[in-house]
Structures are given as structure tokens and as C-alpha cells.
Write a new protein. Structure first.
Length: 477
């Protein structure tokens, strides 16, 4: 890599790292989705359940493969505990990797300037920044997916067979982040190959060693999962409900079915997605055969991801993240086609404006977001309490993570009260709205108030129940 290339790489790497690491570790993890994988990583560190991490109630987590859990556990290993920074660090590093892979793809496909613009754009997209500060596996999967496409391009779009082993290996690694969703890059590669060479072109992607590596990475966890869960729980609970039906089926079709995918796609691409229609329009008018071949890959990438996610029964904004590198690269290529002398100055000004605006918003929003949870009183009263903690009608995993103690979902308030009347000890953290629906005042004493994910709650001490039960037994005796 020559000196100008190194300078461009350094520019993208430093700018991307600075932007994405801004406010790192300041935003708390306050939902069950945000805290599920850190709680599982804590189980790995404390109890050593590397292969099948367990939730606080002892249930093994079979819904998602454990790659994200392993990465959080490794990041937390030096300190011996999982905190916000170590929980988010794998996603942050993966996001920086996505920026560098986007730059590399743009440079290889279109040249240095589109690569720089694509890398800087993807670093400042809303979806990328948001998930770079999340503990969920989506950013790790995106890094693997972008890496797979980068290998496909480096292989001459499948012409160099020796690269296919690495391609399938990265896809297999990505599947360990979220299961079948990790195979989306393979769908992109298949679609691009068929459009370019027809069905016969699929022979270019045949690689027995590559398939062996793919199976060696992807299959073992499914086997262990099936053996651990049992046939019924694995097939119906995981394979069909979580992986197949939820991703590739809808219970009902209505106007929201069309509106949700468009809304989520636009949101993750903000603010640069506003330029995407202009880039697509320019791409559809391209006449140079070599440019058409390269741009078409990005169009297939965008279309494949959007269609697969749009028909999914699970609609989440983060599922549309794989659109970001493709959109950034297409906009970067469009930028390079503009016959405008001041384009570099205009892009630099727009990019700086996006960064400054985003930094101000993040700094103002973070305290408001963190204020939606207040556990100070709970920590004070439970600091010396050794009895187990239970919760009802609350984000139990968020409580487990932020209290640094196992909090088990009680599931039924009346049954819990019966158990404590029979002498079972355990503090209950219950939402105020659930407490108001009780026909009578619980025997448990109210000892603290708090807030988790905007939901007010009360902490109940069970000591009074056992005493009352003993007094009632003496009277009846």
C-alpha cells in the first residue's frame, strides 16, 4: 500500500474510531434485549457455562448461538466482571471493522475516493452508531457479513476458487452470531452470481473444502442445542418459532406490513440515506460494462437484504443494518461520478455537520435515557440482603445486570405470595401497576421504590409473611 493509500486508510480508521467510540460506555443497558447477552456472559465467567450459557433462573439460552456471549465474556475476562463497557466493546470493535471493510470494498470496486467516502458515510449512519453501543449480536453479524462480501469481491466475484474457503468460513462464523440470519451474505452472493452468469454460474461457488469449513463452524452448536433441549423444544421452539417461521413468515398482512420495513430501512440509513435515490438513479443509467458489473453487486445487496427482512415475521430496526455498507458504497460511487469541482469540500462540510449534530444530540439524550432507571434505593436496602431476588411485570434481565445479582422472573404474583407464606424467602421487585391490581394488600412489607425502563416499582420484603403465617398456625393449633 503506497503512501497516499496509507493516509486514506488512516483517515478512515481514525475518523471512524473517534466517531463510533464517542460517549462509549455512558449509555446504560436498560432493557431485556440489551442485557440478555451480558447476563449470559456473566454466567460464563462465574459458572463456566461456555457452550450453553444460562439465564438467572438456570434455563439454558437456546434462542441464539453464543458468539456474542463469548466475545463479551472474553472482553470482561481481564476485570473478572461484566459492565457496560465490556458488554458493548465487541460491538464497537465490530462497527470499526465494518467501517474499514466498507472502505476496502469501495477502494477495490471503484477506487480510493469512493472507498474513503463510503467508509466515512457508514461510520456516521444512525443504525451503525446506535448498534455500536449495543451488546446485541447484530453488529458482530454485520462485520462477518461485510467481510464475506469483501472476500467475494477479492476473489474476482468467485473466479478464484482458493478464496471460497475463507468466504464460507466467514459465513459460518457469522451464523454463530444469530443463526440463519448469518447466511444472508450467501443469498447476496448467490443472487449476484445468477444475475451475472445464469444458473450455470453457480458452479463457480462450488468448494467442497469451503462447505466442510462452513459445516464445521455452523453445525456443532445446533447439534449440542438439540441434544441439550430435547427434540420437541429444539424443533418447535428454536428451529421453527425462532429461526424459520419468525423470519420467513407473517401472521397477517396489513398496511403496517409495508410501512414498517420502509420506515426501519430509512431510519438505519439516516442521514445519508436521503442521497440513496440519487445514487440508485445514476446506477440504473450507467452504461460502462465494468462499472455496471460492480454497481450491480450493491443493488443486489440492497434488494436481497430488504426483501428478506421485509417478509420476516420479526420486524426490528436493527435487522436492516446490512443495508448500511451497501448504501454507503453506492453513495460513495455516485459521489465519484459528480463532475463538480467543489464536491470534496462540500462532502467534508456535510460530514462534519453530521458529526457535530450527532454529538450534540447524543450528549443531550444520554442523561434523559439513563434517568429512565433509578436503582439507588434498591441497592441500598438489598446490599446486605442474601435472600434471592424475584421480579414481576418488569425487565428482569435489566434488573439482573444493573443490580449485579440474579433476578428471577416470578411469573405469577399470587403464587409467589403463597410460597413466601409457606416460609420460602425471596425479595420481590414488582411494578406499581401490577401491585395496584391486587385485590388486597400483600403480606410483604414495602421497603424501597425505584424505576426501571420508565416503569415504577416497589421492593417487597417477605419477612412479615412468614411471621404472620407462624402466628396463624399457633392460633389454629
Amino acid at each position: 500500500m503506497d503512501s497516499p493509500a496509507w493516509r486514506r486508510f488512516a483517515l478512515v480508521a481514525v475518523a471512524g474510531a473517534l466517531v463510533l467510540s464517542f460517549n462509549f460506555g455512558s449509555r446504560l443497558l436498560l432493557t431485556n434485549d440489551d442485557t440478555r447477552f451480558p447476563v449470559l456472559a456473566r454466567d460464563v465467567l462465574v459458572k463456566g457455562h461456555w457452550l450453553l450459557p444460562a439465564l438467572p433462573d438456570g434455563t439454558t439460552h437456546l434462542v441464539k448461538p453464543p458468539l456474542a456471549v463469548w466475545l463479551i465474556a472474553i472482553a470482561s475476562w481481564p476485570t473478572g466482571s461484566v459492565n457496560v463497557r465490556t458488554a458493548v466493546l465487541p460491538s464497537l470493535l465490530a462497527a470499526i471493522g465494518v467501517v474499514l471493510l466498507t472502505y476496502s470494498l469501495g477502494r477495490r470496486l471503484f477506487g480510493p475516493d469512493p472507498g474513503v467516502v463510503g467508509g466515512l458515510i457508514v461510520a456516521t449512519m444512525v443504525g451503525i452508531y446506535e448498534m455500536a453501543h449495543s451488546s446485541m449480536p447484530d453488529m458482530v453479524q454485520l462485520a462477518a457479513g461485510t467481510g464475506a462480501i469483501a472476500v467475494y469481491v477479492a476473489s474476482g466475484f468467485g473466479a478464484k476458487r482458493s478464496w471460497l474457503v475463507l468466504l464460507y468460513g466467514i459465513i459460518g462464523l457469522g451464523s454463530l452470531a444469530k443463526g440463519l440470519a448469518g447466511f444472508v451474505p450467501l443469498a447476496i452472493v448467490l443472487g449476484d452470481t445468477i444475475i451475472a452468469h445464469g444458473g450455470v454460474g453457480l458452479k463457480r461457488l462450488v468448494s467442497i473444502p469451503g462447505w466442510v469449513v462452513l459445516a464445521g463452524l455452523a453445525v456443532p452448536w445446533w447439534v449440542v442445542n438439540a441434544a441439550s433441549a430435547g427434540h420437541k423444544r429444539f424443533v418447535s421452539g428454536f428451529v421453527f418459532n425462532d429461526q424459520l417461521l419468525s423470519y420467513f413468515g407473517r401472521d397477517a398482512w396489513r398496511w403496517q406490513t409495508i410501512a414498517e420495513p420502509v420506515t426501519f430501512a430509512v431510519t438505519v440509513l439516516l442521514p445519508w440515506g436521503l442521497l440513496l435515490p440519487f445514487a440508485v438513479r445514476r446506477a440504473l443509467r450507467e452504461t460502462d460494462p465494468d462499472a455496471v458489473r460492480r454497481v450491480r453487486l450493491l443493488l443486489v445487496w440492497l434488494a436481497t437484504v430488504f426483501v428478506l427482512m421485509a417478509v420476516s415475521g420479526k420486524q426490528r430496526e436493527r435487522y436492516y443494518l446490512p443495508l448500511c455498507p451497501a448504501a454507503a458504497l453506492l453513495i460513495g460511487w455516485w459521489y465519484s461520478t459528480l463532475a463538480w469541482r467543489g464536491r470534496a469540500r462540500a462532502f467534508a462540510g456535510a460530514w462534519i455537520a453530521v458529526v457535530v449534530t450527532g454529538a450534540v444530540f447524543v450528549k443531550l439524550d444520554t442523561p434523559h435515557f439513563n434517568a429512565t432507571t433509578d436503582l439507588r434505593a434498591v441497592r441500598a436496602v438489598l446490599s446486605q440482603a442474601r435472600a434471592p431476588l424475584f421480579s414481576y411485570d418488569l425487565q428482569d434481565l435489566a434488573l439482573s445486570f444493573n443490580l449485579n445479582r440474579a433476578v428471577v422472573n416470578a411469573k405469577n404474583l399470587q403464587r409467589f405470595e403463597v410460597r413466601v407464606r409457606q416460609g420460602e424467602m425471596g425479595y420481590l421487585i414488582v411494578s406499581d401497576r401490577a401491585l395496584r391490581t391486587q385485590p388486597g394488600d400483600p403480606c410483604m412489607r414495602r421497603i424501597a421504590r425505584g424505576l426501571v425502563t420508565r416503569q415504577p416499582f416497589t421492593v417487597l420484603d417477605p419477612t412479615g409473611c412468614s411471621r404472620r403465617a407462624s402466628w396463624a398456625d399457633r392460633r389454629t393449633g
